[in-house]
Write a protein that binds this ligand. Structure first.
Ligand SMILES: *Cc1c(COP(=O)(O)O)cnc(C)c1O
Length: 403
């Protein structure tokens, strides 16, 4: 094939859909009112942020919700509110995104990294071993990285047997479920992101949910409620706060009404959006698994994921070949990310680059799996025709480059 008839994909992998009309109108009315701060409400008025919290708690089937500045800050508040103290150990799967170890470090805790298995999820045997071995590891921050959900029944069993408090990072599983139960409803507390590249888009933002009245009261005060926690409506009775209101510092990680206003209509539409992602995901997966040299791990039928990105492995290919493959795809407009790089690049980083932690372990499986894994965003600005062209390009490149 000559360069002339080489296919080229020209759409942008980081372009999200526009904010809908309803969201824009709500945002404009907030701007016109000037009442952007969440506590800037009239007597008896529920602000947009409080309403979003009520609606997201209801969506999740949880009692309480707190809207935060980001998922990273929600995770930090979750750890602090769950009682993590300086010097404690938090277990965490080694394949995740930088804000997750960042939140653990911010809480003063140390990290105990857990290996992963070939379907990119946490190695539950390694988790069990480390939960037993590390006496002061009482927390598990389980990151459902890139939407891959492990066997949650077994996670809960392990946590119960070893007295681990489960905290879920659901940045990529908003709208997903395991065996009919929503991702984020297994843990004591769970965190979601509304950052532009996740399942709802407010630029930045995070949501924390829990059923625990003491935990949410601490999280609300930590988030910077001043003494205005009464204005929250997805909260426990006031006396829960009054016992602790001078004991919990203010870390100022609130969400504002503007963001909440553009998120509320998106929440109404979330399940429909998840179906749109999955149509594209399934189409891509069907195509990818037919390409020689490319493997997509099987997904458990109990996992009802949201395919907002897709991962595949170039098993047995060496680093030079993989780099050539990535460059050639990029030349034709297909942007793939690779977690195998020793140096952090853009949004990706391998666990060994989190050097602010001491004594990071060598995790042979994580290293091996990340070394051949490619990752591609599936923004909803792509349609099935776009996915078709992407597949053709990947196939052509795979045929010329892979060994
Ligand atoms: C994006 C992301 C986060 C954090 O989200 P922010 O809102 O950007 O802080 C956490 N975990 C994972 C796996 C993510 O991809």
């Amino acid at each position: 094939m000559t360069d002339i008839d080489q296919k080229k994909f020209t759409k942008n992998f980081t372009l999200q859909e526009p904010i809908g009309k309803q969201g824009i109108e709500k945002a404009l009315s907030i701007l016109n009112s000037g009442k952007i701060h969440r506590y800037n409400v009239d007597e008896g008025e529920k602000g947009e942020t409080a309403l979003l919290e009520e609606e997201f708690a209801a969506y999740m089937g949880k009692k309480y919700c707190l809207a935060c500045a980001s998922c990273g800050s929600a995770m930090y508040l979750a750890l602090k509110s769950a009682g993590v103290k300086s010097g404690d150990k938090v277990l965490c799967n080694a394949y995740t995104l930088a804000p997750v170890p960042g939140a653990i470090e911010n809480s003063g805790a140390d990290i105990e990294l857990v290996d992963i298995v070939d379907d990119y999820t946490i190695d539950l045997d390694d988790l069990e071993r480390k939960a037993k071995k590390e006496k002061n590891a009482k927390w598990l921050m389980l990151s459902h990285m890139r939407g891959h959900i492990t066997n949650m029944e077994r996670v809960v069993e392990i946590c119960n047997a070893d007295n681990l408090v489960l905290i879920e990072d659901c940045a990529h599983t908003m709208g997903a479920s395991w065996d009919g139960k929503r991702s984020g409803s297994f843990g004591k507390v769970s965190c979601f992101s509304t950052q532009t590249y996740k399942h709802m888009n407010s630029g930045e933002g995070g949501l924390l949910v829990t059923d625990d009245p003491d935990l949410i009261a601490r999280a609300i005060i930590y988030s910077g409620s001043y003494m205005l926690y009464e204005r929250h409506t997805a909260r426990p009775p006031m006396d829960v706060f009054e016992n602790i209101n001078t004991m919990v510092p203010n870390y100022s990680c609130r969400m504002d009404n503007l963001r909440a206003a553009i998120l509320r209509p998106q929440l109404e539409n979330l399940n429909t959006q998840c179906e749109c992602w999955n149509r594209r995901y399934r189409f891509l997966e069907q195509g990818l698994i037919q390409i020689k040299g490319i493997t997509c791990p099987k997904r458990d039928p109990r996992e009802n994921y949201v395919g907002s990105s897709i991962q595949f492995s170039l098993i047995d290919q060496d680093e030079t070949t993989i780099k050539k493959f990535l460059i050639k795809c990029m030349d034709q407009g297909v942007e793939l990310k690779w977690f195998g790089s020793e140096k952090p690049v853009g949004f990706t980083s391998v666990y060994s680059s989190w050097e602010y932690f001491n004594n990071l372990p060598y995790l042979a499986n994580t290293k091996r799996i990340l070394a051949t894994m490619c990752d591609m965003r599936i923004p909803l600005t792509f349609d099935i025709k776009d996915c078709k062209l992407i597949l053709q390009i990947i196939k052509d490149v795979a045929q010329t480059i892979l060994k």
